[in-house]
Design a protein around this ligand. Structure first.
Ligand code: PGA
Length: 251
């Protein structure tokens, strides 16, 4: 069985001292639990990495530039993320796509780089509310997947995770129902299988994200198709994030 992956995306929240406090509480209660990853802002990555060192908690960058170094003021490279202890990186989060001009092409460059560097890429895809209403959900996801994963072999896909995050569910308190999420997860799996030569046995994880809370996580994570969660708001508070992690561990 695939170990569920629960990732806390802290976005642009918490000062380094607050991030360290939260990381410390997580280490105290979860030091041996596999499959929990936190994605603090860049300024907290290094101090947090010192706190989680030796525990099973993983560290993720929320974004990075696809070039390895150079005159890119304000950017951070994947090598820099790896240097401060990141084993994971989010790629193509809808906030990056909507607010910062991330495209399927840049997502693709980043995914290839992550593969080369042995970092687990967490590739985010998802439709807006308007696209869902217009019946375009599957074609939007398909375009994001074929652009974002272009040129990757089935084998390399086994090393990444896909996060299905409907944009209308992010930060809105309106989560997708388990049925809605399962439908899209099945579509993504079929795409990986048919178009990317991915074999089920290789076990790529497909996570759900978008208003995951302690109240709705059990019914979502109970679904076999949902291999974990990408959690925003509810990961900023120890009790709510802990409750979600605990629920991911229940059979
Ligand atoms: P949310 O964010 O849980 O606050 O909806 C999820 C995400 O953006 O990854």
């Amino acid at each position: 069985m695939t170990i569920p992956l629960v990732i806390g995306n802290w976005k642009m929240n918490m000062l380094a001292s607050e991030a360290c406090d939260l990381a410390r509480s997580l280490v105290d209660r979860l030091s041996a639990v596999e499959g929990v990853v936190i994605a603090p802002p860049f300024t907290s990555l290094y101090p947090v990495s010192q706190i989680i060192k030796g525990s099973s908690l993983g560290l993720a960058g929320q974004n990075f530039h696809f070039e390895s170094k150079g005159a890119y003021t304000g950017e951070v490279s994947l090598k820099m993320l790896k240097d401060v202890g990141c084993g994971y990186a989010l790629i193509g989060h809808s906030e990056r796509r909507q607010l910062f001009g991330e495209t399927d092409e840049t997502v693709n460059k980043k995914v290839h780089l992550a593969m080369q560097m042995g970092i687990t890429a967490v590739v985010c895809v998802g439709e807006t509310g308007e696209q869902r209403k217009a019946g375009e959900t599957l074609s939007v996801i398909e375009t994001q997947l074929s652009g974002g994963l272009a040129g990757l072999s089935g084998e390399s896909i086994a090393h990444l995770a896909i996060a299905y995050e409907p944009v209308w569910a992010i930060g809105t308190g309106l989560n997708a129902t388990p049925e809605q999420a399962v439908d899209i997860h099945k579509f993504i799996r079929k795409f990986l299988f048919e178009r990317q030569g991915f074999s089920e046995k290789m076990g790529a994880r497909i996570l759900y994200g978008g208003s995951v809370t302690p109240e709705n996580c059990a019914e979502l994570l109970r679904e076999e198709e949902i291999n974990g969660a990408l959690v925003g708001g509810a990961s900023l508070n120890f009790e709510s994030f802990y409750a979600i992690i605990k629920s991911s561990l229940e059979p």
